[in-house]
Ligand binder design. Structure first.
Ligand SMILES: Nc1nc2c(ncn2[C@@H]2O[C@H](COP(=O)(O)OP(=O)(O)OP(=O)(O)O)[C@@H](O)[C@H]2O)c(=O)[nH]1
Ligand SMILES: [Mg+2]
Length: 369
């Protein structure tokens, strides 16, 4: 009886795998990797069960990442000097386009993404071939380090505003990208900012971004993410992007989408030094700027009909956005106070609640999920 059951189960699994393999004939997996020799073989082998090709970009690793990726059956792009995840992703997209693939699934090299979840992305892509599919871990709050969860929560408030839709987890690297969509974006950022840039620009030109739930895996992984530098770089780019978007939407009627390649933000982004300078100047202007946008939102609508069209769709007004922005320095202060109290054994938990209140899911409030 048990033998018959396991035979049937194996047969069903084979059928599912064959079905997925058929759907996945135009999809490959891409893995940006840096010093991931301990895990890369398992990721490549796991992914090859579901897709015909796995491409690994070895980004100047000083260990055996490239060798092990090739031994496991991956195609390897060698980048001599470490240039970061974003640069590697762009090379991987180009290789997949050159090899005639329609879509790529990006995965981390450190086994935080279980290859067994690949079929879920493929199935979602089969139903929504033009949409980006992003893995989401936000349903497993308790498994995510608290500070990371809180910064992901605040990030998604602003990134969702830029992308004109709610995105459950904006920081997960396990994603499916249709390459036809990627071709339409000019990507000017690097390192960990690029994945955020893709979501904002794709959403802001009208693409849909969907979520599939994945397991949250935080172990003894060898993280390269620098909480202050990388969160700072993502924050500066998001703010600089939003300021331009709202500047355009504030003076235009009925224009919820403001991204088109080579727009003013891209022109600045093309030049690294000018871009850094621009971000350094524009980021502090978010405080007076958001009050000006609020005034423009409230009083200019009779003259410029339906200005801030992307915000008007939410029915929540600009007030909550201005308030959220003014709360940012308060959050930093509370985080510092909580940390200091923690050092003396006093556990405070105000931050989580404050973030929930001031950085809400604006689209849910409107009635959609
Ligand atoms: N090509 C390339 N890939 C990188 C680099 N840094 C990170 N990656 C890739 O990005 C993935 C995620 O990077 P991590 O450093 O683990 O960052 P994270 O997963 O966001 O953060 P943790 O949850 O702390 O691990 C890695 O598994 C690599 O696949 C890099 O410098 N170059
Ligand atoms: Mg990681």
């Amino acid at each position: 009886m048990a033998a018959a059951y396991s035979e049937t189960k194996a047969a069903v699994e084979t059928l599912i795998r064959e079905g997925i393999a058929q759907l996945a004939s135009k999809i490959c997996v891409v893995i940006p990797a840096y010093n991931a020799s301990e895990t890369i073989r398992q990721v490549v082998r796991g992914a090859l069960k579901y897709v015909p090709l796995v491409i690994v970009a070895d980004d100047g690793s000083t260990d055996h990442t490239a060798k092990f990726a090739a031994e496991a059956g991956g195609e390897v792009i060698l980048i001599e000097k470490n240039r970061g995840k974003g640069h590697a992703l762009k090379m991987l997209f180009q290789r997949a386009i050159d090899e005639g693939y329609d879509a790529v699934i990006s995965m981390d090299a450190d086994l935080q993404h279980d290859p067994e979840k690949i079929p879920h992305f493929i199935q979602a892509h089969n139903i929504h071939p033009n949409d980006i599919i992003v893995g989401s871990r936000m349903h497993e709050k308790e498994k995510i380090p608290r500070a990371r969860y809180n910064s992901m929560h605040v990030a998604r408030f602003y990134i969702s505003l830029a992308a004109n839709q709610f995105i459950e987890d904006t920081q997960c690297g396990f994603r499916l990208y249709p390459l036809s969509l990627i071709k339409k974006l000019l990507l000017t950022t690097d390192r960990y900012v690029t994945e955020t840039e893709i979501l904002m620009k794709a959403g802001d030109r009208g693409a849909f971004i969907r979520s599939v739930r994945i397991e949250t895996i935080y172990g003894n992984n060898n993280s390269h993410f620098r909480p202050i530098m990388d969160v700072g770089a993502i924050t500066a780019y998001v703010i600089s992007y939003l300021m331009i978007k709202w500047l355009i939407e504030g003076v235009c009627s009925d224009r919820p989408y403001s991204y088109s390649p080579n727009n003013i933000r891209d022109l600045i982004g093309r030049h690294k030094i000018i871009d850094r300078l621009f971000q350094a100047i524009i980021v502090p202007t978010i405080f007076p700027g958001s009050v000006l946008f609020l005034i423009e939102y409230m009083f200019f609508s009779p003259i410029i009909k339906n200005n801030f069209a992307s915000i008007r769709r939410l029915n929540s007004g600009f007030f909550k956005i201005t308030l959220a922005t003014y709360m940012l320095p308060v959050l930093v202060m509370i985080a510092i106070i909580e940390k200091s109290c923690n050092a003396f054994g006093v556990k405070l938990r105000f931050l989580d609640r404050i973030i929930e209140i001031f950085y809400p899911h604006l689209w849910k409030e409107k009635g959609s999920t």
